[in-house]
Design a protein around this ligand. Structure first.
Ligand code: A2P
Length: 306
């Protein structure tokens, strides 16, 4: 069984989910097939977004799977160019998914864009604080069970928590042994915010680039000792430190691997915790990610982000 983590909203979130970002065109039928296979193999958590362009396919997979809707934890996200129309955008997503509610609705990025996709300068309306206040209003509608954010740093969360009422149930960020973000993890633990790790296997920025931890010497050694795969070691590290992981896979064998959680020793955990200290390893691997966005907003250097 896949372990679950409790959310501050009272609901539970399975610690492994299927991330369904399949490139800019959404993947079409491949997205549907991926979700269907995942559900058949025992996945009960699917992470999509309006911006993934495959909510329709995800919805069809759920219905075709025959798995009761209430057994599935379904996440979708508010796109940047809809911050000024939160309720309308959620309804659009629900219509595409063919669902009455989502388990988790995330603000995809703390940055609003205009309807025609131009970045609204930082600090101008709608700010992420204003957008979050509109998301808070969704909680009474029955259309979302929990609300959260994505790509938020400690600095942005601090502002959000000071200015608003509902503490996000989750914050989804790029997270893996190269980018363990200990400070963010400690902060979220203190505030009762679950972290979800996207690209938890360390996929480099090229879409479908080979994840870096599959070949890391330390990860390989631990995998050998446990008689398991580097992917399982990397994902189990993520889960054992209390984060949710959402690796994408289109391959049934790898899907199965990714929901088979193993128990790592504290020595294993310490070794993986320190991988980012190896030369060249402390970094984000994606081209467009929370770290770079935060730097852009605040004019910070990478070092200041920690
Ligand atoms: P594939 O779909 O062929 O399995 P993301 O960073 O978006 O989560 O992507 C993860 C990447 O890692 C995908 O390219 C996926 O390719 C690959 N992958 C997923 N699970 C495994 C695994 N268990 N072993 C090796 N590669 C994996």
């Amino acid at each position: 069984d896949i372990p679950s983590f409790p959310l501050n909203s009272g609901y539970k979130m399975p610690s492994v989910g299927m991330g369904v970002w399949l490139g800019p065109d959404g993947g079409g039928e491949a997205a549907k097939q991926m979700c269907l296979t995942a559900l058949q193999l025992g996945y009960r958590h699917i992470d999509t977004a309006s911006g993934y362009a495959n909510e329709e396919q995800v919805g069809r997979a759920i219905r075709e799977s025959g798995v009761p809707r209430e057994e599935i934890f379904l996440t979708t996200k508010l796109p940047n160019h809809h911050h000024h129309k939160v309720a309308e955008s959620l309804q659009e997503s629900l219509d595409k998914l063919g669902a009455d509610y989502v388990d988790l609705y995330l603000m995809h990025w703390p940055q609003a864009y205009t309807d025609d996709n131009k970045m609204i300068p930082y600090g101008e309306s709608p700010t992420y604080v204003e957008t979050w206040r509109d998301m808070e209003k969704l909680l009474g509608t029955g259309k979302v069970r929990s609300i959260g954010v994505s790509n938020f740093s400690v600095a942005l969360l601090e502002v959000l928590l000071k200015e608003t009422t509902v503490v996000p149930a989750a914050n989804q960020v790029e997270m893996h042994p190269c980018l363990p973000s200990f400070e963010l993890k400690t902060y979220c633990d203190e505030k009762g915010i679950i972290l979800t790790a996207y690209s938890p296997l360390g996929r480099p920025k090229e879409y479908d680039g080979k994840p870096v931890f599959l070949e890391d010497a330390d990860v390989l050694k631990i995998a050998q000792i446990h008689g398991t795969t580097p992917a399982q070691v990397t994902l189990s590290w993520g889960i054992q430190r209390g984060t949710v992981v959402i690796p994408k896979s289109e391959n049934p064998k790898r899907m199965r691997q990714n929901i088979t959680v193993i128990k790592l020793t504290s020595e294993d955990m310490a070794v993986i915790d320190s991988i980012h200290q190896k030369p060249g390893m402390h970094r984000s691997l994606l081209k467009f990610h929370s770290v770079s966005l935060d730097a852009k907003i605040h004019g910070w250097t990478y070092e200041q982000l920690g």
